[in-house]
Design a binder for this molecule. Structure first.
Ligand code: PEP
Length: 258
């Protein structure tokens, strides 16, 4: 299944890092560099308290904001949670659902991730649904089964029209924050599998072909050069390197000029 050509999407996941001062410096640097990026869609994921501030700093810039998480319910007595409509209200465009740190450290089940994706779509946000296997699962041949188990509950709750607004991110857990980038062959094989899974499950071949699928896991300016050349890769979800303005700009340029 060949992917349709779309502008690449580069997302910088800041995780639980940053401050008003550090975020301002980082975003001002990205704003200065943006003219050199080329044809690429760039978004950053500040922690919740900084979202409105970052949206304001990025006003009139093509760089958008992505939230790192959201509540699986729409409104009500969910102390400590943040709803999709609040994220839309402060100007977010995308929201991550099912990042491996949420699944692994905070118990987000695949059903909960599906509910989060639903809430995002209801509020007009684009969910970036993250999936990925652990090293142990890969080593015993369970990569595809793991990814299917993670993604099928989300697919079950979506119409074809919903699917057109979803982004997937393949982030092998063993590649996140470890310095070990998956190989071109591993990435290509998984991304083809994910698009085929979407097509087989929903019957929507054209939508599956067009669906943006990102790679994430220790992406840096060096690996971005070859990742940007992989036709299956629609963009990248960047963690550590997204906190270094020059590195993140370099990654954006690799994808913007491919
Ligand atoms: C991530 O947090 O989604 C991620 C890919 O992190 P890193 O780039 O640091 O591996």
């Amino acid at each position: 299944m060949t992917q349709q050509h779309l502008p690449a999407l580069v997302i910088g996941n800041w995780k639980m890092n940053g401050s008003l001062t550090a975020n301002t410096a980082l975003l001002e640097s990205l704003r200065r560099d943006i003219a050199s990026f080329g044809h690429v869609n760039v978004s950053v994921c500040p922690p919740f308290p900084y979202l409105a501030h970052s949206v304001a700093l990025l006003a009139k810039s093509p760089i958008s904001c992505t939230a790192q998480n959201l509540c699986h319910e729409a409104v009500g007595a969910y102390t400590g949670e943040v709803s999709a409509s609040m994220l839309a209200d402060v100007g977010c465009r995308y929201v991550l659902a099912g990042h491996s740190e949420r699944r692994g450290l905070f118990g987000d089940s695949s059903e909960r991730v599906a509910a989060k994706a639903r809430q995002a779509l209801n509020a007009g946000l684009t969910p970036i649904v993250c999936v990925g296997e652990t090293l142990a699962q890969r080593e015993i041949g369970l990569t595809e089964a793991t990814l299917a188990a993670q993604l099928l509950p989300t697919l079950a709750g979506l119409s074809i029209a919903d699917l057109e607004k979803v982004v997937l991110a393949y982030e092998p857990v063993w590649a996140i924050g470890t310095g070990h980038v998956a190989t071109a062959q591993q990435i290509t094989s998984v991304l083809r599998y994910l698009r085929q899974l979407v097509a087989d499950t929903t019957g929507a071949d054209k939508v599956a072909r067009a669906m943006p699928v990102l790679y994430g896991g220790s992406v840096n300016p060096t690996s971005a050069v070859w990742l940007a050349q992989l036709p299956e890769v629609s963009g990248v979800l960047v963690g550590g390197a997204a906190l270094k303005a020059e590195d993140f700009s370099e990654i954006c340029r690799s994808f913007g000029q491919r």
